[in-house]
Design a protein around this ligand. Structure first.
Ligand SMILES: Cc1cc2nc3c(=O)[nH]c(=O)nc-3n(C[C@H](O)[C@H](O)[C@H](O)COP(=O)(O)OP(=O)(O)OC[C@H]3O[C@@H](n4cnc5c(N)ncnc54)[C@H](O)[C@@H]3O)c2cc1C
Ligand code: SF4
Length: 341
C-alpha cells in the first residue's frame, strides 16, 4: 500500500473543508478519498487499484448521521448507519422488508457490522480485471486503456446497461431496494445540500466508465429518505448467488407492489447482478399495472425486462436466470401476507 496522509475531521463542515484543501493543491481529483467503514476502500488501496494521497476518515460523523428514524411520511436512514443495524431494525423489518433482506443477504456478518449504508451504495465493481492492476486494459481504472473483460472471463459481468467500453456489473444489493421504494439520497458538498432520486445516483458506463456516479466533487452522502408508500410493506429482495454463504449476486430482483383486489395498482422492479448500475425495469412494471399476477403474466414482464440484454461470451445464462429470478420474486411478492398494523 502506498503511504498516505490520514485525518479524522470532527464535523461535516470540517470534512468538506479538508477535502477542498486537499484537492485544491492537486490537479488530481482522486488525490483525496473519504473513508467510512473502510471495507471497500482499504481493500482497493491494498491492491493499489486506487492510491489516494489523503484519507479523510468520516467516522466521527456517525454520531450525527447514523440514526434510523420513521415519521408519518418516511423512513430516514443515516448514511453512516451500519448495514447490520439497519437490517435488524424492527421498523425496517416490519415495514420495509426489501431493505432488511437486501442488507442481510449482503456480505458477511463481520462486514455488515463494519460497513455503512453510504459506503455500500458507492462500492466498486468486483470485476477481476479492475481489481488487478497487472491487467493494463481497464477503462474504469485507467481511462482509455481498453476492457480486458470483453474478450476475457466475463461470466460475472453485466448484460444490461453495458457499453463497448465497460461491461462491469454493479455488485451491491441495497441499491436495488432503494430503487424499488422510490428512495432519495441527501448529499452535502462544497456547493451546499441537495437531495436527488437514488435512481439517478449511478451512471451507466457509456464512454466514461471511470465516472460511476452523478456525485459532484467532494460530496458526502448523509442520508437516505424512503417515502412510506402503499407498496413498501409488500416488498422483497430475491438474491441468487453461486453459494449460499456470503457471495455477490449472480442475479437479483427487488420488487415492491401495491395490490388491490388481486390487481396490481402499482409496482417497482429493480434488478441486480445483471446490470452496470442498480437497474429499474420500467417497461416490465408497465406490463403488470392493472393486471392480476400469474406465472404467465410474470414471465411476460420478465421477458420484457431482459429484452435489451447484451450477453457476452460466458454469461448468456444470465438472461434466463435473471428472468426466472424476477418471475419468482413477482409471484412471491404477490402472494405475501401483508398485515395493516
Ligand atoms: C468479501 C466481501 C463480500 C461482500 N459481499 C457483498 C454483497 O454480497 N453485497 C453487497 O452489497 N456488498 C458486499 N460487499 C461490499 C460491502 O458491502 C462494502 O464493502 C461496504 O458496504 C462498503 O461500506 P464501507 O462503509 O466499508 O465503505 P468504504 O469502504 O469506507 O467506502 C466505499 C466507498 O464509498 C465512499 N464513501 C463511503 N461513505 C461515503 C459517504 N457517506 N459519502 C461519500 N462517499 C462515501 C468511499 O470514499 C469509498 O469510495 C462485500 C465486501 C467484501 C469485502
Ligand atoms: S468490465 Fe469495466 S471494470 Fe472490468 S475490465 Fe472492462 S472496463 Fe475494467
Amino acid at each position: 500500500m502506498q503511504p498516505f496522509h490520514y485525518s479524522r475531521p470532527s464535523s461535516l463542515g470540517d470534512a468538506l473543508m479538508q477535502w477542498q484543501g486537499s484537492v485544491a493543491n492537486s490537479s488530481d481529483t482522486t488525490s483525496a478519498a473519504f473513508l467510512a467503514g473502510g471495507t471497500t476502500l482499504v481493500d482497493l488501496m491494498k491492491l493499489e487499484v486506487i492510491q489516494p494521497q489523503r484519507i479523510i476518515d468520516l467516522r466521527a460523523l456517525s454520531a450525527t448521521y447514523e440514526a434510523i428514524r420513521v415519521d408519518d411520511s418516511s423512513l430516514r436512514l443515516g448514511a453512516f448507519a451500519k448495514m447490520a443495524d439497519v437490517a435488524g431494525h424492527r421498523d425496517v423489518l416490519n415495514n420495509f422488508p426489501v431493505i432488511a433482506q437486501s442488507l442481510s443477504l449482503a456480505a458477511s456478518a463481520q462486514l455488515r457490522n463494519m460497513a455503512t449504508l453510504g459506503g455500500n451504495v458507492l462500492q466498486k465493481t468486483r470485476c477481476a480485471y479492475y481489481r488487478d492492476p497487472s491487467w493494463e486494459a481497464c477503462n474504469k481504472r485507467a481511462p482509455g486503456s481498453g476492457c480486458a473483460a470483453l474478450e476475457g472471463a466475463n461470466r460475472q459481468h453485466a448484460i444490461l446497461g453495458t457499453s463497448e467500453h465497460c461491461i462491469a456489473t454493479y455488485h451491491g444489493d441495497f441499491g436495488q431496494a432503494l430503487i424499488a421504494l422510490d428512495a432519495s439520497v441527501v448529499l452535502s458538498g462544497p456547493n451546499g445540500v441537495r437531495a436527488i432520486p437514488f435512481a439517478s445516483l449511478h451512471r451507466q458506463p457509456a464512454n466514461t466508465p471511470h465516472t460511476e456516479t452523478n456525485l459532484q466533487l467532494g460530496e458526502i452522502i448523509t442520508e437516505f429518505i424512503v417515502p412510506i408508500l402503499p407498496w413498501a410493506r409488500r416488498s422483497l429482495y430475491l438474491k441468487i448467488r453461486d453459494r449460499q454463504s456470503y457471495e455477490f449476486a449472480v442475479a437479483s430482483a427487488a420488487v415492491a407492489m401495491e395490490l388491490e383486489g388481486g390487481i396490481v395498482r402499482d409496482v417497482r422492479i429493480a434488478l441486480g447482478g445483471v446490470a452496470t448500475a442498480p437497474w429499474r425495469a420500467r417497461e416490465a412494471e408497465d406490463r403488470l399495472r392493472g393486471h392480476t399476477i400469474d406465472e404467465a403474466r410474470a414471465a411476460e414482464a420478465a421477458h420484457i425486462a431482459f429484452v435489451n440484454a447484451v450477453p457476452q461470451s460466458h454469461n448468456a445464462f444470465k438472461v434466463p436466470l435473471g428472468q426466472s429470478t424476477l418471475v419468482r420474486a413477482l409471484l412471491d411478492v404477490a402472494s405475501m401476507e401483508v398485515s395493516n398494523g
